[in-house]
Design a protein around this ligand. Structure first.
Ligand SMILES: [Zn+2]
Length: 226
């Protein structure tokens, strides 16, 4: 199944289906994380846990329902594709006994009142953010990274998710990714703690690090035979 097909299945959920928890978390959810927002959840006595997700456009609607006056009704009628009207919800159940995740439409909620592309305009998905993170460690400027991500996204069939990726999105993610790397360059109180910190930094990221020790100046001179 392509990424595009997975996205479609998690957008307007037609038939209930199950995938493994790890597959859901790694391969399904990141593709549509920009579409849904957590609406409610509960853990059952048997260990199962369900979460209902609502369309992100609903949130905007709820926060602006101060008065359901005539003017807003009018506005809605003049904009038939106003995504604020979206009441789509889906229910995701983690089944403790089988380690599977069941995805289904929540109760009798309707389809989205808008397209997947509209959701993509609203927010970037985790899948896109991950692509940006992977590119952001390379020493390129934000516009080049954005262009590279769009190309990668097209290759894996989620180009609509990347279409609205801005230079600012990239810059924000880049700062997040590079901040811990830059912190290591600031340096500790002495050379030895600096090297230890650098080694830990690399080990944390699964690099192989050879043993490194700092010789005292005197012994260092001796080691050189001077
Ligand atoms: Zn929607």
């Amino acid at each position: 199944m392509t990424h595009g097909e997975k996205r479609a299945r998690l957008f307007n959920v037609r038939e209930q289906f199950e995938v493994s928890t790890s597959e859901f978390e790694e391969e399904w959810w990141p593709l549509v994380s920009n579409t849904w927002t957590r609406w409610g959840s509960n853990r059952l006595a048997n260990g199962d846990e369900w979460t209902v997700f609502a369309c992100r456009f609903l949130k905007h609607n709820e926060s602006s329902t101060r008065k359901e006056d005539i003017s807003s009704e009018k506005r809605r009628k003049t904009h038939p594709r106003d995504p604020n009207q979206c009441f789509a919800k889906m229910k995701v159940t983690r089944i403790a006994a089988t380690l599977m995740v069941r995805i289904e439409r929540y109760a009798t909620t309707p389809d989205h009142s808008h397209t997947l592309e509209d959701s993509d305009r609203l927010k970037r998905s985790q899948a896109i953010k991950k692509l940006v993170e992977e590119e952001a460690v390379k020493p390129y400027a934000s516009p080049s990274i954005a262009a590279a991500v769009k190309e990668l996204a097209t290759k894996i069939g989620i180009e609509t998710s990347a279409k609205n990726l801005t230079r600012k999105d990239v810059t924000n993610i880049k700062q997040k990714v590079r901040a811990p790397e830059n912190a290591i360059l600031i340096g500790g109180p002495d050379l030895e703690s600096d090297i230890r910190a650098a080694m830990n930094f690399l080990l944390d990221r699964s690099y192989l690090v050879e043993r490194f020790t700092v010789l005292q100046k005197a012994s260092f001179s001796q080691a050189l035979g001077s």
